[in-house]
Design a protein. Structure first.
Length: 283
């Protein structure tokens, strides 16, 4: 996606050329994608200036598209169940993603030996993707493994998935027995199930399989999990990142905090003398 201007050298490209290129990209690509592509060119130009190959950086001052945060549609427990039922024999995948927060690639790469059924833990150590149709195996996005808990009700469907398999075989597979691909699942199962759910529930949001990861975060927070626990479950680099991504989920905690503090003060009689003194001063 680096710009090609025929035989024109980078040294002959000006600010206006870069701005026109960015504007053109914005017409077909998401704002965040355009920004990432721009950063590659800007970085090259920066090093060219440092090495004396350019007298100035043509990327400086370029107007970039503003990234608008997408509204997330978090599912409640009942909605998750409705969606899982709509996906029929693949409904356990919906439940698994919604209650563990694994990324699709992490789920698709999960092997039987990575499941600890006794402790109800998942060792997330691999991920698989298919950027151009070819499978690419790698470490998780955070480049480090993590241990993720799963609720007890998932033990039975996971056991059925693992039945008769070796420890090095995949837990979740496609109809052909190979890696389960997100595009196929979304097109053949998930999209139809979402539409059916929306017909039955007007509050059911538009969503993709990846949005089940956001639902997992929402369900964890609503169940009382602290930000550090959510961070570890999702595999974020830091708790600060979790707070930044899911700041809207913790808004309600402020109200709950005030209620809890008031209850604690009331139970310990801390508030009573203060309330009495204030009522006297008002009179």
């Amino acid at each position: 996606m680096i710009p090609v201007w025929g035989t024109v050298r980078l040294v002959d490209i000006g600010h206006a050329d870069v701005q026109a290129w960015v504007t053109k990209l914005t017409k077909t690509l998401a704002a965040s994608t355009v920004r990432q592509i721009y950063l590659v060119l800007a970085g090259l130009a920066k090093y060219a200036v440092r090495d004396g190959r350019l007298s100035r950086n043509p990327c400086e001052g370029v107007q970039l598209p503003r990234v608008v945060k997408k509204h997330r549609g978090y599912l409640g427990h009942t909605q998750v169940r409705l969606l899982a039922d709509g996906c029929e024999e693949y409904g356990d995948i919906v439940l698994f993603l919604a209650y563990t927060g694994l990324r699709w690639g992490e789920m698709a790469a999960l092997k039987v030996g990575r499941l600890d059924m006794l402790r109800r833990r998942i060792e997330v150590a691999e991920a698989v993707s298919a950027p151009r149709g070819e499978l690419v195996w790698s470490t998780p996005k955070s480049h480090s493994s993590r241990s993720v808990p799963f609720p007890e009700f998932l033990a039975a469907p996971l056991a059925r998935r693992c039945e008769g398999k070796r420890r090095d075989e995949l837990v979740f597979v496609g109809p052909d027995g190979g890696v389960l691909r997100s595009g196929n699942f979304r097109r053949r199962q998930f999209a139809t199930a979402v539409k059916a759910c929306q017909s039955a529930d007007f509050d059911f949001p538009d969503m993709s399989p990846h949005d089940l990861r956001h639902t997992a975060a929402s369900l964890a927070v609503s169940s009382g999990a602290n930000v550090k626990a959510v961070q570890r479950m999702l595999g974020h680099a830091s708790a600060a990142m979790t707070l930044d991504v899911y700041a809207d989920l913790f808004d309600d905690d402020l109200d709950a905090l005030a209620v809890a503090l008031n209850q604690g003060a009331t139970d310990s009689d801390v508030s009573k003398p203060w309330a009495r003194d204030q009522s006297r001063s008002i009179r």
